[in-house]
Write a protein that binds this ligand. Structure first.
Ligand SMILES: [Zn+2]
Ligand SMILES: [Zn+2]
Length: 332
């Protein structure tokens, strides 16, 4: 493994019964952020792995990933190492920070794996044509037709509002407000009780905030594009396609989610800025807010165990929040 792409993330070894496991391989937006000021939360761009306990355990664990930013490089190596030979990649959209990791996604360079892509046809291009463009002159030295995996690639065009299955999980897409448009995905465990919503990239301020809240209703984990604090957004970032910690927290509150993960960190946001500004703003409006962190793993289920909760400031309030949420459910 190249040192440049090495990750502190060791991946899944198994999943707790009756749960959905989540692993963050990349939490940054726009561009990777190398450097000592970005070590704690990580510099890799968007890639989140999700695995259902219904997979069982063993060497053939199969997970899906949301987006293929540079975080997918570490994921691919980890999944191959545990024997996974079937891959499912759900793409929110095709801006570079969400696809560039494919150029070093090890399974694409193997002849004996199958890889399923899910995404939207766009601008007259089918999904397979989008992926072909990534591996084409003059952007990449190896052309699509020469990829060792080319005969084992499968493309699934996603239609918002139409559920589809990925292994034991059920997925549904939803349109976000973003230049050239992005999809949010809600991933349900096979019991249809546990779920997460992955909603990046999105700019707030339209009716689509309300439809996103409805789409995310009561989900266990709401991951949202909090590229900016309100102050930074108001200083000239309107129209750039991204949102704030405050607006994400308000949507989380509207949707009555259990946990709100601040995601798609701005490449200029250092660890200190994330903790001192972004997290503070999120927790002010929604106490169960946490900063998504590269290498972090969460287990989502009806019972959230304390040791699986985020370790960032506010974990006490996260615990209280999840207990209150459970009480609400028990009380109907
Ligand atoms: Zn992005
Ligand atoms: Zn984008």
């Amino acid at each position: 493994m190249s040192r440049k792409y090495s990750s502190k993330n060791s991946g899944f070894r198994g999943v707790e019964p009756n749960s959905l496991a989540v692993c963050f391989w990349g939490v940054r937006g726009t561009l990777p952020s190398p450097g000592t000021e970005f070590v704690e939360f990580g510099g890799h761009t968007s890639c989140v792995e999700v695995m259902s306990s219904a997979q069982g355990s063993g060497s053939a664990l199969t997970s899906l990933v949301l987006d293929a930013g540079t975080g997918i490089v570490g994921y691919g190596e980890s999944a191959l190492a545990r024997g996974q030979d079937e891959f499912h990649i759900l793409l929110s959209h095709y801006h570079y920070d969400h696809i560039i990791g494919l150029t070093r996604f090890a399974p694409l360079f193997r002849p004996n794996v199958s890889i399923h892509f899910y995404g939207q046809a766009k601008g007259g291009l089918e999904l397979n044509e989008v992926v072909e463009r990534i591996f084409s002159f003059p952007f990449f030295p190896l052309e699509y037709r020469n990829l060792p995996s080319r005969n084992n690639l499968h493309f699934h065009s996603v239609v918002p509002g139409s559920p589809f299955s990925v292994g034991p999980m059920v997925v549904i897409a939803h349109e976000l407000c973003h230049p050239q448009q992005a999809f949010a995905y809600r991933v349900w465990d096979n019991d249809l009780q546990t779920s997460l919503v992955y909603a990046t990239d999105h700019e707030h301020g339209t009716d689509s905030d309300l439809s996103l809240a409805a789409f995310s209703r009561n989900t266990d984990l709401f991951l949202f594009d909090t590229t900016y604090t309100s102050e930074v957004y108001d200083s000239g970032r309107q129209g750039w396609g991204h949102s704030t910690a405050r607006r994400g927290a308000e949507i989380a509150e509207m949707a009555q989610v259990k946990l709100f993960g601040l995601f798609h960190h701005d490449p200029d946001s250092t660890d200190a800025m994330l903790k001192n500004s972004l997290l503070v703003e999120g927790q002010k409006y929604f106490p169960a807010s946490f900063l998504c962190k590269e290498g972090q793993k969460l287990t989502l289920s009806a019972e959230v165990s304390a040791d699986e909760l985020p370790l960032a400031a506010g974990s006490d309030s996260l615990m209280r929040r999840s207990q209150q949420s459970r009480r609400r459910k028990l009380n109907g």
